[in-house]
Every structure is written in C-alpha cells, then in structure tokens.
Write a protein that binds this ligand. Structure first.
Ligand code: ZN
Length: 103
C-alpha cells in the first residue's frame, strides 16, 4: 500500500470533531453547490449528494438507453443535460432514485 500522507491522517482524525449534514444546498452564482463548511458552536460540513447522484443516474440511463453510444458521447451528453435541469427537476430525479434504492 502507498505510504499515507500525514495530512491525510490529520484530516481523518478531524472527522471526529466535525458534524455532518446531508441536504440540498442552494446554488452559488448559478452553480450547483456540492458542499460547504460552517464554523459555529461546532464545525459543520454540509454535503449535497444530489448533483453527483443525478449526474451518475443520467450517465448510466444514457448507457442503458443507448448501449452503442461511446463513453465520450455519454459524458458529453450528461454534461449538457445536467445544465438543463432546474433545481426542482434535479431534486425530483434524486427523490425517485432514493425511493427506489430504499424500497
Ligand atoms: Zn460511462
């Protein structure tokens, strides 16, 4: 196994001191926000899993629907489709994904 960076070990130890929340985080300057960090009484890292999950779902749906498309074409189309999604549509796709994963 590769030698562990002391920085990585320090960050892993830091996890115990931090609270985490998973939630939708509003866009910043029109761009999807994947995570942020807020200093308060206790540090909180908020993670928005929706953009990554929906990006992956759309990517794999394209493979499933168009099996002959190249990886490069699927990546390109996924990026274009992600840009077209409103927040509500993105959240709706995520909810449908979550519902099916949890059933
Ligand atoms: Zn792929």
């Amino acid at each position: 196994m590769a030698k562990r960076s002391p920085l990585l070990l320090k960050l892993m130890a830091r996890i115990g001191e931090i609270d985490f929340e998973e939630c939708w985080i509003p866009r910043f300057n029109g761009r999807l926000t994947l995570a942020d960090w807020a200093e308060g009484g206790k540090d909180v890292i908020r993670v928005n899993p929706m953009p990554h999950v929906v990006d992956s779902v759309i990517h794999e749906l394209l493979h499933a629907t168009y099996p002959l498309y190249s990886e490069r074409a699927v990546r390109s189309m996924t990026g274009k489709l992600m840009k077209q999604l409103s927040d509500e549509e993105l959240q709706a796709i995520y909810s449908e994904y979550r519902r099916k994963v949890d059933e």
